[in-house]
Design a protein around this ligand. Sequence first.
Ligand code: BGC
Length: 350
Amino acid sequence: MAGQEKFERTLQGKAVSLYNLKNSAGTELNITNYGCRIVNLMVARPNKPQVDVVVGFDTIDGYLNATEVYHGAIIGRYANRIANGNFHLDKKDYQLAINNPPNHLHGGPMGFHSQVWDVINSSPGSISLSYLSPDGEEGYPGNLKVTVTYSLTDENEVIIHYEAVCDSSTIMNLTNHSYFNLNGQGSGTILGHEMYINADRYTPVTETLIPDGTLEHVKGTPFDFKLPHSIGRHINDDHIQLQYGNGYDHNYVLNKEGLNHELAARVKGDVTGLIMEVYTDQPGMQFYTGNFMSGENFIKGHIPDHFRTAFCLETQHYPDSPHHSNFPSTVYHHGEVFKSTTIYKFPVTQ
Ligand code: BGC
């Protein structure tokens, strides 16, 4: 695998490396145990070159020095924001790091994205990594053991399976924070991508991107992606929610029954025609359009990460759930096992 040596490093006293998964279609998935990240996802196409659809860096230093630290990573213990970084659980108050003032974002500065994970199993089709988050880390209660397995199937599915268990009550919300560009990373804006999101409602936010607690209908608003259309069509509409997010940076309430892996989104790159489908058992999905990208980081191929040149579809529980009793609960009690699966699929026939 080219470039592997640029990821060989000792960090936090542990060996960091890059691991390669490959399927019979010729698609390749590269994972580093620094932050349990997707580094490259080279999607094979019949009679055409692979397309690397994940934005990232050529070297481990790229990840360590970036001003945007979540590229491709597993996010925890609580993905997305918690207002003022506080929560109340089992008669106790907890205070988390405020790393996105005035809120807590993506598990804090030393969240799961900043940790070196242990590779516990690896084969050409899958890799499992685990991390033990000690009691009190970033202010969260209990020792939590999390295991993430990435699998690459011959049907061009990247399956991400999460399992976690804690020795006391805690809150938990896990996601993967890959930045996608289906025209190829570094190939320019994603505004022409065609997007479908299987959601009738979303969770509107206040100025600091904390849900106001309502579940609003998307119908008749720029948030309606039930009929596929380009990401850019309404992104600059005069709508207060788009002003708060500087574009889309919102959690969708997925249409689903129970815990089935239903289609949450389907996206098509306008230049390559490449399609990605997202399936999940999670109740929500953050749609983020790279509104904070500003060209200051140099991604693979020494290309600046310009404004809106990637999008994220982060399957998750709703942001700030600990403060909203009407949202699905993110509380897990001692010994209760958290299990979840999300699939990013690139249909092979395209
Ligand atoms: C959040 C954005 C944030 C970004 C950082 C997204 O999940 O919704 O507000 O800036 O992560 O990568």
